[in-house]
Design a protein around this ligand. Sequence first.
Ligand SMILES: [Zn+2]
Length: 337
Amino acid sequence: MSQLSLISDLRRVSAELGRDRLLVQGGGGNASLKCGKRLHVKASGHWLCDAETIDMFVELDLTKARKLASNGEENLSKAVRGESELRPSIETAMHALMPQPCVIHTHPVSLIARSLLGEDAGLPVIEYCQPGAPLAAAMAGRIATGAPDVVLLANHGLVVGAETPDEAARMTRELAFEHELPVHIRPAGVAPLPKLSGFVPLAHPLANAVACSPDSWRVLGEGALVPDQVVYLGGPACIADSVESMPEALRAYARRTGMRPALLIVQHTGTWISETASRGALAMAQMMMDLAARIPEGAAISTLSEEDEMALRGWDAEAHRQAVDQARTASKKEAAA
Ligand SMILES: [Zn+2]
């Protein structure tokens, strides 16, 4: 198979996976292909679903990329070939170190839910570590003892390595499907939602059901579940027990995180998102509904620690990813205007 057709396959399967919100949400996930001495990897901040319409794969010198990755470098821009304004994905080091020609990293809701419940889905697991250099180092440790084709990243997602993009995409879909969990909550009736200053109702079929599910308040309010939740939403949801007590709930949230919440649940009333939320934040808030709905009642779950959350909030690589996301939100608004 020619390199050109493999790259075109990579773009096609990236867009297909990126359009499935149970596999990829917003700018999350990334994909790569090694062609001889080159590594093609998704650029940071771009959305996989746009892979066929936007030129988002950056070409790197594979030897240089592996050397930088082995030295613990997180930003592999120095290995980019030629002139490119695109910054390689924050997970490029992991992609470079893996031996398989095609690597696809996704955030399947089913497998993330399994990992929150402490299940391994029969797969090799890397316990939670910060994306970027720490994750690449953990993957390097795995590779040293025999490179697995599939790894479950606890509280994060899935990594699949294969010969071709189609094979990696097929494995991703099959694993996510095979380990699907039933949705435990039922859609609730739609009552007219009160207007809340600074927030808009979250568009999701389960948003009202989540607002009426005490178990979902626990799952979404206790702590952040995945890193992108911290990056795009700032942390866990803010849970208020009534519209009247919302101001106090917002103050308590600010005391804990130093910020205003992006996702707000008012018990037995509804679910809102900040009116200034980016499209990435919206996608992440919607994922939180899909995730909460799959956690069985009363089940213990693992969350990120407060230290993990703080490390993600002060992360330069993520500031870049969010800036790209804000630009995408702005350009979509202009296009819609
Ligand atoms: Zn990820």
